[in-house]
Design a protein around this ligand. Structure first.
Ligand code: ZN
Length: 299
């Protein structure tokens, strides 16, 4: 059987990364550019993929792992749209359906975090686990749950960044920055929430600064919440904030304390760093594209 090639799109709020790949270790070409208006950025994406097929040959499918929120119901008239995003100019933008029409190919379409979660589950830190969760903690906080290889969807994709938490006793006056909820998890522990309180990123604060205790406590609360709901085999913590030296260890210690020895798995085995590094986004596009071919070929 000849090798299938896939178009992979990691569509972020600040940059787009595109690639042509046959497998995670067989990426033929990549390119990236800044996210501008939908017309410019999606137009450039479609043109690059069209041109890439002349260089590499025909593609079997496209996978788009996009910033959201997204319409993922394939029965909806606006399937494949970016819906009510706070990113200026992008609300109500057709992306997935337009890509399918323009390129004449099956399109896998899901959130960037679900894409990264599938990729981590298939090829990275979540390999071999029946259930895993990937959470990114950066400009925002978002999470995807993978169960038996498939991302969990309800009416839409999960919005794990917006869970409500008890307030840390030394952090009771900060109102939080979430536009919808104020002091939800994203409103308290995302990169911008850290900067709003202390003026710099967590990694720029000395290791004895109280911010480390407060932020790791919130993230440990999230971990214990996820364990309570689904006892995933691993909870993979990615995103810019998690690059802070010592943070992962603090989260493990606090999650153990908060969990009271109730949950299975050693903290250093359950609470882990991503295995794919910064490739998780693009490989999310690959995983979504591959799944379209297996869906299409299923009798
Ligand atoms: Zn919120």
């Amino acid at each position: 059987m000849s090798e299938r090639l896939y178009g992979c799109v990691e569509a972020g709020g600040t940059k787009f990364v595109l690639g042509i790949a046959a497998a995670p270790d067989d990426i033929r070409e990549t390119v990236q550019f800044e996210t501008r208006t939908p017309i410019e950025t999606i137009g450039a994406t479609l043109q690059w993929i069209k041109d890439a097929q002349f260089r590499h040959g025909p593609l079997a499918a496209i996978g788009i792992a996009s910033f959201g929120p997204l319409e993922l119901d394939r029965g909806a008239t606006n399937w494949g749209y970016i819906t009510t995003t706070t990113k200026k100019g992008w609300s109500d933008s057709d992306f997935g359906a337009l890509t399918g029409r323009e390129l004449g190919l099956p399109v896998g379409f899901d959130t960037d975090v679900n894409g990264a979660a599938i990729a981590e589950s298939r090829w990275g830190a979540g390999r071999g686990k029946a259930a895993c969760v990937y959470v990114t903690i950066g400009t925002g906080i978002g999470g995807g749950a993978i169960i038996d290889g498939k991302p969990l969807h309800g009416l839409s994709h999960p919005e794990m960044g917006h869970i409500r938490l008890p307030r840390h006793p030394n952090d009771i006056h900060f109102p939080g920055i979430c536009a919808f909820h104020g002091d939800c998890l994203e409103g308290l522990a995302s990169g911008p929430a850290i900067k709003a309180r202390w003026g710099v990123s967590l990694s720029d604060l000395p290791s004895d600064h109280p911010a480390h205790e407060i932020i790791s406590w919130y993230l440990a609360q999230m971990v214990v919440t996820l364990q309570s709901i689904m006892e995933p085999g691993c909870i993979i913590l990615g995103g810019g904030v998690t690059g802070t030296p010592g943070l992962l260890g603090r989260i493990r210690t606090k999650a153990s304390e908060l969990g009271g020895g109730y949950f299975r798995g050693r903290p250093d085995e359950v609470i882990v760093s991503p295995g794919l590094g910064d490739r998780a986004g693009l490989l999310g596009g690959l995983a979504l594209a591959q799944d379209m071919v297996s869906v299409v070929n299923t009798p």
